[in-house]
Design a binder for this molecule. Structure first.
Ligand code: SAH
Ligand code: F3S
Length: 439
């Protein structure tokens, strides 16, 4: 039986799709990248905002048509929307055969077999009760041949009032560090050059006295030739000791992804974030003091419940102070089941949410350019990730701060480190040339 999988949403979902592929391949299923050749079509879904949800819904409606020409095809909805959708919505989607939440992927092969035997018309498992961490499953890397995702924890306990994650992915659970280290070694042996550690709040990782900073140091020592990145960091969990570990190990990237969400302390408190704007600024100051040449990126949201023009101006003021290297920016959308959905008024008109979003998008663009230009004249270690999509005479890669750099192709191989002098910058990319000296 052939399966096809489509992934929506964050890096965690990409990693989860790799886990699902691994589980299915082990059970004898064959992976196809052609939708029409598949016996089973899986959509690994995202529930975080209204926009991706709508996109997935439209896609489902298109896929439904395939069933009209071949009613043997089975369609599966897996991931966050499986746990987010209520009974009524799932009933409306009656052409879906398989509905599986983030903690039940191991059951997919059995569920598909049940469907094929026609023992059941529908297979559903959206339980989040079993604390699944997929410890013994080695995901197959499908992203790039250079860098691999590695999820060190699942779920979230923070309960920000706007966020669906604690409901769609369940409570926070950290993986056993031994299984993480084992996975790191396997990735190294397979030829990967970089590991990106994933978690909703990596810095709240905790497993039997092992904190995130201990885990990070263990990984840095275990695979010294691999580059290590991590995201996302919850602002108030960043400690001086963690920063010292990042500073000490040259193979740990000097990049922090720390979502601010809003520049107004009043809004932050309504969001139930655990920091004020002043505290966030102090965290940034501490990071820059310990690791001056680092990059800091963020997530920002416009139009959260009751956000005034004054609150929005505060976000702009703070962005101007920090000048993030880059940010992911969204307009708030109310998610069923969250505290904000139940108790707060989604009272900012859509047009205002969008206008504010466009303003911060433009501002961020200028800040990203400003930050990129800071690299000009410097010589940096660049890990080549591939051939530039715009010009195949150029390689593209990243420096230790996560900036993208293109430089004329040399004899160096994809996956090697190169010393590159940064000559110029566009709004998104650095342009350099390789320096012929040993690293
Ligand atoms: N763990 C991360 C967030 C993960 S969700 C943290 O510490 O904040 C990724 C981003 O999606 C969030 O940072 C937020 O900016 C955005 N987001 C989450 N829920 C949203 C909603 N209801 N509407 C708009 N954006 C949302
Ligand atoms: Fe969501 Fe807040 Fe956790 S944004 S993922 S509840 S830290």
């Amino acid at each position: 039986m052939k399966f096809y999988i489509e992934t929506y949403g964050c890096q965690m979902n990409i990693y989860d799709s790799e886990i699902i592929c691994s589980i299915l391949l082990k059970s004898g299923f064959i992976k196809t990248s052609t939708l029409k050749k598949a016996d089973i079509i899986l959509l690994n879904t995202c529930a975080i905002r209204e926009k991706p949800e709508k996109k997935i819904f439209n896609r489902l409606m298109k896929i439904r048509c395939l069933k009209q020409t071949n009613n043997q095809i089975k369609i599966g909805l897996v991931g966050c929307l499986a746990t987010h959708y209520n009974k009524q919505t799932l009933e409306k989607l009656n052409f879906i055969d398989l509905i599986v939440g983030p903690d039940s992927y191991k059951k997919i092969p059995k569920m598909i077999k049940n469907l094929k035997k026609e023992q059941t018309k529908k297979e559903i498992d959206v339980s989040l009760a079993n604390q699944e961490k997929y410890t013994k499953i080695i995901p197959i890397g499908v992203r790039t041949s250079i860098s691999a995702f590695l999820s060190i924890m699942r779920g979230c306990d923070n309960m920000c009032t706007f966020c669906i994650v604690p409901f769609s992915r369940g409570r926070e659970k950290s993986r056993n560090p031994n299984s993480i280290l084992k996975e790191c070694k396997i990735l190294y042996k397979k030829g990967y050059k970089e590991i990106i550690l994933l978690g909703q709040n990596v810095d709240s990782y905790f497993f039997k006295q092992i904190k995130f900073l201990n885990l990070l140091e263990l990984i840095a020592i275990t695979v010294p030739l691999m580059r290590i990145r991590f995201l996302t960091s919850y602002p108030s969990n960043i400690s001086k000791n963690l920063l010292e570990v990042v500073k000490k190990h040259s193979n740990i990237c000097k990049h922090f992804h720390i979502p601010l969400q809003s520049g107004s302390t009043r809004i932050l408190s309504l969001m139930r974030r655990k920091y004020t704007v002043e505290e966030f600024l102090l965290i940034i100051k501490m990071i820059k003091q310990i690791i001056p040449d680092c990059s800091i990126s963020s997530d920002l949201m416009t139009g959260f419940c009751t956000e005034t023009q004054e609150d929005h101006r505060e976000t702009i003021r703070i962005m101007n102070i920090i000048k993030f290297n880059f940010s992911y920016m969204f307009k708030y959308s109310s998610r069923q089941g969250t505290y904000a959905y139940r108790k707060l008024k989604d009272d900012v008109p859509n047009i205002l949410k969008l206008r504010r979003l466009n303003e911060i998008l433009m501002l961020q663009k200028s800040h990203s350019f400003y930050r990129l230009k800071e690299n000009i004249g410097k010589i940096q270690n660049v890990l080549i990730e591939g051939i530039s999509k715009k010009d195949d005479n150029y390689y593209y890669g990243r420096n230790y701060k996560n900036d993208i750099i293109v430089f004329p192709k040399t004899k160096s191989k994809i996956g090697s480190y190169n010393r590159v002098k940064i000559l110029n910058s566009t709004f998104t990319t650095l342009i350099g040339e390789r320096i012929l000296s040993e690293i």
